[in-house]
Design a protein around this ligand. Sequence first.
Ligand SMILES: Nc1nc2c(ncn2[C@@H]2O[C@H](COP(=O)(O)OP(=O)(O)O)[C@@H](O)[C@H]2O)c(=O)[nH]1
Ligand SMILES: [Mg+2]
Length: 269
Amino acid sequence: MSLMDKKKQMKKISVVIPTMNESKNIKEVFSNIPDFVDEIVVVDGNSTDGTREEIKKYRSDTKIITEQPSGKGAAMKTGFEMATGDLIIMMDADGSHDPGEIPLLLDPILDGFDVAKGSRLLPGGGSADFTPFRRLGNKIFVSMVNTLYSTNYTDLCYGYRAFKKEALDRIYCSSNGFEIETEQSILMKKAGLKIKEVPSFEAKRKNGNSNLNSIRDGFKILNVILKEYLKPSDTINKKDKHIISYTNKVNTESRQRISAPDHRPLDFK
Ligand SMILES: Nc1nc2c(ncn2[C@@H]2O[C@H](COP(=O)(O)OP(=O)(O)O)[C@@H](O)[C@H]2O)c(=O)[nH]1
Ligand SMILES: [Mg+2]
């Protein structure tokens, strides 16, 4: 069955993208997102370089909302809450994740998996963005997670993934920072989700610098690995009240704008 035939079985595909001052990378990412993607949700960390305007040039229908609270993880959780797709892809905006790989991530989901998790360390994958220190850190954390949680992941701290919406709802994370991918990886195992790793190539960030601080964020990743291990396995995180009320407010405001007599084009800014 072709991807398009399979897609017909699904109602809607959303892509959720966190951005923070990525204007120079937007063209590369947004102009290559396949047309079959129904919805793009960007959660922006108060960019001051024209990121939002740049996005509108390439996909004017993108829902752009401001992150609250701050951090990549918080932005992802807000985006997941806003996304209305049955199937949700998370990807970065710095040009590291090739939108051309979206079909590869969707394929396992359409075949019945709950999560397709990009891996730079499977044959066929790779990274031009790993520093030796990050590669080592990722390797240590992968081994820890595999040992403590009986997983057989090849990669961990990598955020190019696709989920069924209902699967995502079962792995609500407490992380607000770069440790979110690690927490997701642990919670998806604890929740008994059907997980498939898919080879992915991480290109070098096209422009600008990474916002990740290897030491600070490394400790947060370590903390999440140990904290989850000490928790009873059936503990389910409560959704973040602040994020829920914020997304409800944004949705209500946008509905009011659409139904107002002099309605302007939909803009979630
Ligand atoms: N909204 C939001 N996005 C962020 C934040 N930090 C990073 N990002 C975005 O998350 C993605 C990955 O961040 P990046 O700095 O490249 O980290 P790295 O890939 O781990 O080196 C990029 O699209 C960034 O723009 C943040 O605090 N808030
Ligand atoms: Mg990056």
